[in-house]
Design a protein around this ligand. Structure first.
Ligand code: URP
Ligand code: ZN
Ligand code: ZN
Ligand code: ZN
Length: 473
């Protein structure tokens, strides 16, 4: 035994109980009362603490080319930041280029990730070209390589049309893959953009208005219908609106394998931030520009209800940070010409905030700690074909473990974060409880505010094929 975490309360998706956790060679080897250390075992006292599985962030964009720049956190900064927030696995998006076979795209990205990642990582494909059967068939090579989930974009110029989306779903059914979708109505979005710009409406509020509740909700409903037609499962990423939430719930109640992810930013902020920002924290409205945008209170309440009912399966971050200077392109573009809400790179930082925020909400009594573990660790591992390795405290699984101090009071500041971004939309948020230590395959990678891991220690994790026939998660 290398490590023995003693006297804590172990939290799984099902239950919480006092137990010691033993680790050897990076795996969990024992969970039980009064486990005895061996001669060279390091013993960690976890009395009064919770012992949790490391979180799996199912949605990150590290070093991603987007909006005329590259997201600020590379694989090192992003995974370092993840580790310090209790996240031990990240699913990053490989954006497939036009005419690029998916396996080539995976290897292109893995060449960046492998030397840099400080915690384990897996990939989803961001589908960039399924315009030919030849390209569509390259999904099979991705599957064979251990990348088993594919995200299509209904919005953005590189996104799919409904026919390509449908073909992707049919192919996924055939090969045991999961299709994720970024659902927003591109055509309506484009019409509204043109209209607002013609009217001289250029600030961040109009980003929200051009991607409002109905623009997202319509696409959610359509995506679910396409999945029903194809007879397969669907994972709606970053769900942020009530109409979509209701459609997910209805489909699940009918027995369809439809799954939804939401993000902490939709659970905490509302569209109000696009009016004023948060002046007392020096956050401007444009700092909050991401897609989909935060929605009104009614949608936020619907998301929380969806979590409590079990109709939201996962929480992930959509971590995609840009600097304040890049956000300023909404005022003046790189070339000096006036900017507008469409010239602001889309995305915000959040990789270090997900688990602490969701656990804090649990600690405040909004959901159970078991629910927090289910949303942030256990369900993503099952949905993405990773539960043979990760996502739970269970003998035989990787020793990805977080020791959580429920008594610690923590105020988020960018200074205390471990990424490379120069601001955080979470500045000033007050949390009840905070991770004290993070172990990645038994190695201490974070303790008391300090990153202790190593660049390059994270490994590429192969996912299994996914066969979800009912809304079981
Ligand atoms: O604003 C966001 N989310 N940027 C990243 C790309 C995406 O759509 O997930
Ligand atoms: Zn997206
Ligand atoms: Zn239901
Ligand atoms: Zn995203």
């Amino acid at each position: 035994m290398d490590l023995l975490i003693k006297g804590g309360t172990v939290v799984t998706a099902q239950s919480s109980f006092k137990a010691d956790v033993a680790v050897k060679n990076g795996k969990i080897t024992g969970i039980g009362a009064n486990l005895k250390p061996e001669k060279n075992t390091e013993v960690v006292d976890a009395k009064g603490k919770l012992v949790l599985p490391g979180a799996i962030d199912g949605h990150t964009h590290l070093a991603m080319p987007f909006g005329g720049t590259i997201s600020t956190d590379d694989y090192y900064a992003g995974t370092r930041s993840a580790a310090c927030g209790g996240t031990t696995t990240v699913f990053d998006f490989v954006l497939q280029g036009q005419g690029e076979p998916m396996l080539d795209a995976i290897k292109r990205r893995d060449a960046l990730a492998a030397p840099d990642a400080a915690v384990d990582y897996a990939f989803h494909i961001g589908v960039g070209d399924v315009t030919t059967d030849e390209m569509l068939d390259t999904m099979e090579d991705a599957m064979a390589y251990g990348v088993t989930s594919f995200k299509v974009f209904m919005v953005y110029d590189f996104g799919v049309d409904d026919g390509q989306f449908f073909k992707t779903l049919v192919k996924a059914k055939e090969i045991g893959a999961l299709v994720g979708v970024h659902a927003e109505n591109r055509d309506v979005n484009n019409v509204l953009i043109a209209q607002y710009l013609a009217e001289g409406k250029t600030d961040a509020w109009w980003h929200y208005m051009s991607k409002n509740e109905a623009v997202e909700g319509e696409a959610d409903v359509r995506a679910i219908n396409l999945a029903k037609m194809a007879g397969t499962s669907l994972y709606i990423v970053h769900l942020a609106n009530k109409q979509g939430m209701d459609a997910v719930t209805e489909a699940r109640d009918q027995g369809y394998p439809i799954f939804a992810e939401t993000c902490p930013q939709y659970l905490y902020f509302t569209s109000k931030v696009y009016k004023d920002g948060i002046p007392e924290q020096n956050l401007r409205a444009r700092d909050f520009v991401c897609s989909p945008p935060m929605k009104g209170k009614e949608s936020q309440d619907a998301l929380w209800e969806g979590i409590k009912r079990g109709d939201i399966s996962t929480v992930a971050t959509d971590h995609c940070p840009f600097t304040k200077a890049e956000k300023d392109w909404g005022i003046t573009q790189k070339d000096g010409t006036p900017g507008n809400f469409t010239t602001i790179p889309n995305g915000c930082a959040g990789i270090e905030n997900m688990y602490p925020y969701i656990l804090s909400e649990a600690n405040k009594g909004r959901i159970s700690f078991n629910k927090a573990v289910e949303l942030c660790a256990t369900n993503p591992s099952k949905l993405f074909g990773l539960d043979h390795l990760k996502g739970a405290l269970q003998i035989g699984l990787d020793a990805d473990i977080v020791i959580y101090d429920p008594k610690k009071v923590f105020t988020i500041t960018n200074d205390a974060m471990h990424g490379d971004t120069d601001h955080t939309i979470w500045e000033g948020a007050k949390l009840k409880g905070y991770p004290e230590a993070t172990y990645s395959r038994g190695n201490l990678v974070y303790k008391d505010g300090k990153f202790l891991g190593k660049r390059g220690d994270g490994k590429f994790i192969k996912c299994k094929p996914i066969k979800l026939k009912t809304p079981q998660l």
